[in-house]
Design a protein around this ligand. Structure first.
Ligand SMILES: [Zn+2]
Length: 192
């Protein structure tokens, strides 16, 4: 995405985290915000951008720059610095930098929001621990008593186009013998 004048002026055309001058400065919108407005964005060099995008913060030495950028006057830069520092859990200086700064509560919330959303996400897995997704086909690994009917779905029954039960990682829905029923994930195996 092109860097608009406002961002150019704010960043002085250098990376707002590490001050690298890079011909390919990029604009990064700090998640979970998705609105591409200047207040949500940070100008990054390729190195910073790459590590953040891939979630691979292996080059810890590079991130010593955060000790400075965490004190930025720009909220989005502070938030992104805080987020990256939070990933560098094995680095003592990173912990110190995080603890040493005073951040507005709303900014800390912003910085932690992505991880919290991730933690809340309900993940469905079959009896073997394989990820289940809506639309998958599964096979019953045990005979299943279909509630409210006399029908017992035998082991090996194929259930197509399952739906995931929101807020319950242990349940999916599928059609067996014409009825849509709730099936426990521990009784199914994903069919590939
Ligand atoms: Zn950088």
């Amino acid at each position: 995405m092109a860097i608009n004048t406002q961002l150019q002026n704010r960043s002085n055309n250098v990376c707002e985290l590490c001050s690298n001058q890079d011909e390919n400065l990029k604009v990064y919108t700090v998640p979970p915000k998705t609105d591409d407005v200047v207040d949500n964005q940070v100008v990054l060099c390729s190195e910073c951008f790459e590590q953040i995008e891939t979630g691979n913060y292996g080059n810890t030495h590079h991130w010593r720059c955060l000790e400075g950028s965490i004190w930025s006057e720009v909220p989005s830069v502070q938030v992104l610095s805080y987020k990256v520092l939070s990933k560098l859990t094995s680095e003592e200086w990173a912990r110190d930098a995080k603890e040493g700064v005073f951040l507005d509560e709303s900014l800390i919330e912003w910085a932690n929001a992505e991880d919290e959303l991730e933690a809340e996400r309900v993940i469905h897995k079959d009896s073997y621990g394989v990820l289940l997704e809506a639309g998958d086909t599964v096979v019953l690994i045990e005979n299943l008593n279909v509630k409210g009917t006399n029908y017992i779905a035998p082991k090996g029954t194929i259930v197509r186009k399952i739906k995931l039960v929101q807020n319950n990682a242990e349940q999916v829905e599928g059609k067996i013998n014409g009825d849509t029923i709730v099936i426990l994930t521990k009784f199914v195996r994903k069919s590939v």
